[in-house]
Design a protein around this ligand. Structure first.
Ligand code: NAP
Length: 241
């Protein structure tokens, strides 16, 4: 039985219907929070989430999301900007439409939702925004330009927001997950796990627990930071054999 440390807290999780976002939403709900989900697909009905259809890449849809939230509650305590798409195209074939789709879904959405959330958060004692970036903000495989740029942008946007929103006691941090298995964890090979210094790949609960930590009332001395959660993969040095 989890302590109800988020009792009466109101949380919005974008992209909360599946994967990492759904686990984040479940953990807040388990700890007593009222949770709104903003996603392009409905969540399974196993938790009493309030679902609002939202395409975070659309200015109109984000505006509608916050109009809907305002009809139902008068404030917001925690915003988790999690929605994102992981798509990779060969650089030389990449179109500007593809570039815009990734940047608008992964990065512009964080600006839009954070900006829209301010008026619901600024009268609270302490509120918190957590942006889900990626270790791909810091290191790359080939042909990942749009995704990597979107995630690097989130890291920079996070520290800018933390400074700007300090006047309202809104704390802003990011989390950079490494390989988080949202499907069948048991389908991974031993070498998939063993390449991590932690000897395993990640689970959505690893990221959800970090969200709870960053947004726990009283933990507001962590601000403008990025928390890398990747089982140690980005601190590992590789030399050709
Ligand atoms: P996921 O399983 O695909 O879940 C993302 C959710 O967001 C899905 O419900 C998805 O709907 C929804 N979504 C997609 N586009 C949307 C839009 N325009 N507006 C609103 N909702 C939208 O992804 P995940 O693996 O949990 O990833 C969550 C976040 O973590 C993303 O920002 C991702 O970049 C980041 N991340 C993940 C990993 C990882 O290894 N899993 C690693 C680093 C960072 P559909 O299913 O219909 O697309």
């Amino acid at each position: 039985m989890k302590a109800k440390i988020f009792e009466n807290r109101i949380v919005l999780v974008t992209g909360g219907s599946s994967g990492i976002g759904n686990e984040i939403a479940r953990q807040y709900a388990t700890c007593g929070a009222k949770v709104f989900l903003a996603d392009i697909q409905p969540a399974k009905k196993d938790f009493p989430f309030e679902f609002i259809y939202t395409d975070v890449s659309s200015v109109e849809s984000v505006s509608n999301l916050f109009k809907e939230i305002r009809k139902r509650v008068d404030h917001l305590d925690i915003l988790i900007n999690n929605a994102g798409i992981s798509e990779f195209h060969p650089l030389e074939e990449m179109t500007v439409e593809y570039w815009d789709k990734i940047i608008n879904t992964n990065l512009r959405s964080v600006f839009l939702c954070s900006q829209a959330a301010i008026s619901l958060m600024k009268h609270q004692e302490a509120c918190s925004i957590v942006n889900i970036a990626s270790t791909r903000a810091f290191m790359s495989e080939s042909d990942t330009e749009a995704y990597s740029a979107s995630k690097g942008g989130i890291i920079a946007l996070t520290h800018a927001l933390a400074v700007t929103l300090s006047k309202y006691n809104i704390q802003v941090n990011s989390i950079s997950p490494g390989w988080i298995v949202t499907g069948n964890f048991d389908a991974l090979r031993t070498e998939d796990h063993k390449q991590h210094p932690s000897n395993r790949a990640g689970k959505p609960s690893d990221i959800a627990q970090a969200c709870l930590y960053l947004t726990t009332p009283g933990n507001n001395f962590i601000n403008g930071s990025n928390l890398t959660i990747d089982g140690g993969m980005t601190i590992k040095m590789f030399y050709e054999e």
